[in-house]
Design a protein around this ligand. Structure first.
Ligand code: FE2
Length: 521
């Protein structure tokens, strides 16, 4: 064995593990023991800190979020009393920014939950190794041995491992992002960790490529900079957009200063890395990473990781935009179908949209949460789409229906649900289409559900649908006045309608003065 390798053995290291969750602690302790490390477990940071003072530990692994003394407070105290012991933080994704904070405060690394056994072993192994290597280097004669080739080669290998684990984090983290804002946030967080930047922002190219609008920020005073606009024709943005390639610059004062220092104080200098995200080969988003430290250049390894990050984020953005576009074209096509359907029967023109508006008014007066409102707004215009399959001579019939014709008409709810099934509608959306003709007393169709068995949104829709049908002129009768229609709905509470929904209908915007009878104008 090379003397230095003998010196830097990490076997038999003593670890301190702090986590208030006994389950997590048990699993992590067992995984650590597998490597031949001995583990002392603590459920709270206070008692761990006392124990740390008595010495004998090679590393601390601590959770960030704990009742009582937090992981961050522990880190502060540990740096004061036992600064030579490396501390690794455990964090959940939402507190990734805390991890960045912890690294700045002196933590040597972090693990984001959920992590794999392999990640745990790599991170802890590396932290132990680094700490022991540092001690060995300062111990004297060994320092020369470390400078020799095997150690250099080993460091390259470690860098490679670290790089791979960052790449792994980039892909794992971005894979869980489903919205643009989420991608922006996560890209900024990871970018900050990679570059150790104190400021980060995301700008979106808007207004026919003329402007850059700041859509996400990190490390600035709350609210500052968010929503600020910059001209895309100005440097350094213009070159980045034109060349579709990153730019690293040292800035001192000028228009860009707020992006770097974020405080507006004059005369401060700093470094800024701008990395573009592309869609269809055009720059659509800029990631900015700023540091108030003036560094003449950026290391190639760091730059490669950042460009990897923006490339992955671009792909994710492109996917999301693509599926949004596909979805909105389908919805557009369905809405044209609905308009065509309403137009077959001149008396019901705009019926579907009007019913949706009424249903939304009732839902609002019941204090429904946004999710329910969104579902009604989306599925409402499509609620009668199943009527597409009903023949004109039945759909437009002026007299009363035969039993057979009535069954065909009733079939529109089931058919509507079948037509929309490939869109994977949410339960509430499906309910609006399938159950808007169910009755409170169980006498409706298609399933004869009653009372609370009928999904809530469908009960709302039923009142809205009936009110609009009564106040519209039909082939066989003129429109009823709103007062008569209202009284009729009140009369049918507890038979046809949910009494609570009727109550909300009476207090809703529908009956306010602004909404005149359609035929009164
Ligand atoms: Fe219907």
């Amino acid at each position: 064995l090379h003397p230095s390798e003998k010196e830097i053995s990490i076997e038999g290291s003593r670890l301190m593990l702090i986590d208030d969750d006994a389950g997590v602690r048990g699993v992590v302790a067992e995984l650590l023991s597998m490597k031949g490390w001995s583990v002392a477990e603590f459920s709270d940071a206070e008692s761990a800190l006392d124990e740390l003072k008595s010495g004998g530990f090679d590393l601390v692994l601590t959770d960030i979020n704990m009742p009582g003394m937090s992981g961050m407070d522990f880190l502060h105290a540990a740096k004061e009393t036992a600064s030579e012991v490396p501390v690794v933080m455990i964090t959940g994704y939402p507190s990734l920014d805390l991890a960045v904070e912890a690294m700045k405060e002196g933590a040597v690394d972090f693990l984001a939950k959920p992590f794999k056994a392999e990640d745990l072993h790599i991170v802890i192994g590396k932290a132990l190794y680094d700490s022991k290597a540092k001690k060995a280097a300062t111990a004297g004669p060994v320092s020369r041995a470390i400078e020799k080739l095997p150690a250099v080669a080993r460091r390259r290998l470690e860098d490679k491992i670290k790089e791979l684990s960052i790449l792994h984090t980039i892909s794992e983290t971005l894979d869980t992002a489903n919205e643009k804002e989420d991608i922006f946030r996560k890209t900024m967080d990871i970018g900050q960790i990679i570059t150790d930047a104190d400021k980060a922002f995301v700008m979106v190219v808007e207004d026919d490529n003329r402007e850059l609008v700041v859509r996400a920020v990190s490390g600035y005073d709350e609210g500052r900079l968010l929503g600020s606009r910059f001209s895309s024709a100005e440097e350094p943005f213009a070159s980045v957009i034109k060349s579709r390639s990153h730019s690293y610059l040292n800035v001192s004062g000028g228009d860009l200063e707020p992006l770097i220092v974020g405080t507006g104080e004059g005369g401060r200098a700093g470094a800024l890395l701008l990395a573009p995200m592309l869609m269809n080969n055009e720059v659509v988003v800029l990631l900015g990473l700023g540091s108030s430290m003036n560094a003449p250049e950026i290391s190639n390894d760091v730059l490669t990781l950042v460009l990897n990050l923006t490339a992955k984020a671009s792909m994710k953005l492109e996917n999301i935009t693509l599926s949004e576009n596909v979805f909105s074209s389908i919805i557009g096509a369905l809405n044209s179908l609905i308009n065509a359907l309403d137009a077959r029967d001149t008396y019901t023109r705009d019926h579907s949209n009007r019913v949706t508006q009424y249903a939304l008014m009732i839902a609002k007066s019941m204090g429904c949460e946004q999710g329910v409102l969104d579902s009604i707004g989306f599925a409402g215009p499509l609620h009668d789409i199943g009527k597409i399959g009903v023949r004109d001579d039945i759909l437009l019939k002026k007299g009363s229906f035969s039993v057979e014709e009535r069954e065909i008409m009733k079939g529109h709810v089931v058919r509507g649900e079948e037509i929309l099934r490939p869109l994977n509608l949410l339960e509430t959306e499906k309910a609006v289409v399938l159950y808007h003709h169910e009755r409170w007393d169980g006498g409706g169709y298609p399933n004869g559900l009653s009372g609370d068995e009928i999904p809530f949104a469908a009960r709302i829709f039923s009142v809205a649908d009936t009110f609009d049908a009564m106040t519209s002129t039909r082939p066989y009768r003129k429109a009823l006045s709103r007062d008569i229609a209202r009284d009729e709905i009140v009369r049918c509470r507890e038979s046809q309608f949910d009494p609570d929904v009727v109550e909300a209908f009476l207090g809703s915007e529908i009956l306010k003065d602004g909404n005149k009878d359609k035929d009164e104008e």
